[in-house]
Design a protein around this ligand. Structure first.
Ligand code: AMP
Ligand code: MG
Length: 379
């Protein structure tokens, strides 16, 4: 079964920020207890939690896109307490905006209206969503179909199989495959609309929206005058500006074979500046059907779960790129690494095989970000 709570726990631990300050509650250290003229009470109603962990570091925690945890770290530098807290509010507003337009789970989001629309009807969509759909279509081409958000019917089929503990039939898989593909969707930017060619086409942006949201949040923090910061949504991370460890940010890579009760043992630690890091894997979200584990990542070309790569980590200049390629490499396997090698500023590492018989493959530039080596000794 999909163990959602275990999912979340592991997700939080997955890219736990190794450096980032102790989780000590010291609210409003800079401004004193009443410096905000009563806005603290207002903040008590906000859907996120603000914590000054030191006079120079504001953290924000909450959930977005349903149950997905997010974490923001803001280093205001010369900016004031109020500017920092406004930057946090702006950042949350960005997440909220993206969720309202792009969630496949909120029934009245733009994306849900498209998913529910009949063939032939022009659905007016938010411009940001249309642009992201176009970008997603380009990524499907560049990943040879390994990344394809139009495969929502397949994702749903396998999720249902996990809930009922029954494998889908070949006919069901063929049926869902026939409902997959950008050829079933026409996007028209000038009119701001999209039209489906078949009633049953549905889109799920779960493998790109988190990274996209992280990029937009980083932009919001930067333009609000923060000196440095980190944004993480569901394990996808991006940092900017000088980090807390000798100017760098330390990010942990979870060992995909660590047992749930090991507290999220790390297989390695990355030291990065001005970079994004995304991880995909079959270890934190999966279904068990007939006693066997199946990844939540589906190969849209075969219609079956992509299980050969337990963990992929991608480092890129922006989080959307890292997010998409982490999922795509989970499907493509080792051959996909040659595509990464051809891209400037993008590096990847994959752990392939099964527990006890796994090994690590990485692009030549990945090691420069690693402190030490990838250690799977727990297997
Ligand atoms: P991630 O965990 O970031 O790799 O994203 C995985 C999520 O994206 C899944 O839960 C599905 O909603 C969706 N997904 C699964 N397989 C694919 C795929 N091959 N291409 C695009 N999205 C996918
Ligand atoms: Mg991802």
């Amino acid at each position: 079964m999909n163990d959602k709570r275990l999912d979340l726990l592991r997700l939080i631990l997955a890219l736990a920020v190794v450096a980032g300050g102790a989780m000590v509650l010291m609210h409003r250290m800079r401004g004193g207890p009443d410096a905000d003229g009563g806005q603290a009470a207002e903040r008590g109603r906000t859907p996120y939690q603000l914590t000054w962990v030191s006079p120079d570091e504001l953290q924000v925690h909450g959930r977005t896109m349903g149950p997905i945890p997010f974490k923001l770290i803001l280093f205001p530098g010369e900016a004031t307490v109020d500017q920092a807290e406004r930057a946090a509010a702006d950042s949350y507003a960005v997440l909220d905006r993206i969720n309202r337009h792009m969630s496949a789970y909120l029934p009245d989001s733009d994306l849900s209206r498209l998913n529910e629309a009949p063939a032939g009807r022009a659905v007016t969509l938010d411009g940001e969503l249309l642009a992201l759909l176009e970008a997603a279509g380009d990524y499907t081409a560049r990943t040879d179909g390994a990344f394809d958000p139009t495969a929502r019917r397949l994702f749903q089929l396998w999720a249902a199989a996990g809930r009922t503990d029954r494998l889908p039939t070949d006919e069901q898989i063929a049926g869902a495959l026939a409902m997959t593909g950008w050829r079933h969707l026409a996007l028209d930017r000038p009119s701001g609309t999209a039209v489906k060619a078949i009633d049953t086409l549905q889109v799920d942006l779960g493998a790109i929206a988190k990274g996209y949201a992280v990029d937009q949040v980083i932009e919001a923090m930067r333009s609000a005058g923060m000196e440095a910061g980190l944004a993480e949504v569901g394990g996808e991370v991006r940092v900017f500006g000088p980090g807390p460890r000798d100017g760098a940010w330390l990010l942990g890579i979870t060992d995909p074979f660590a047992s749930a009760d090991s507290g999220g043992r790390l297989a390695g630690t990355l030291a990065v500046t001005d970079r994004a890091v995304a991880t995909s894997g079959n270890y934190y979200r999966f279904s068990v059907i007939g006693g066997r584990r199946y990844s939540h990542i589906i190969d849209p070309r075969t219609g079956r779960p992509a299980d050969a790569v337990p963990s992929v980590t991608v480092i890129a200049g922006d989080c959307m790129t890292a997010d998409v390629w982490a999922t795509a490499l989970s499907v493509l396997g080792p051959e996909g690494l040659t595509k990464i090698e051809a891209m400037d500023g993008v590096e990847a590492m994959m752990i392939i095989g099964r527990q006890g018989n796994a090994h690590v493959l990485q692009t030549p530039g990945f090691a420069a970000y690693l402190r030490g080596e990838i250690d799977l000794s727990a297997q």
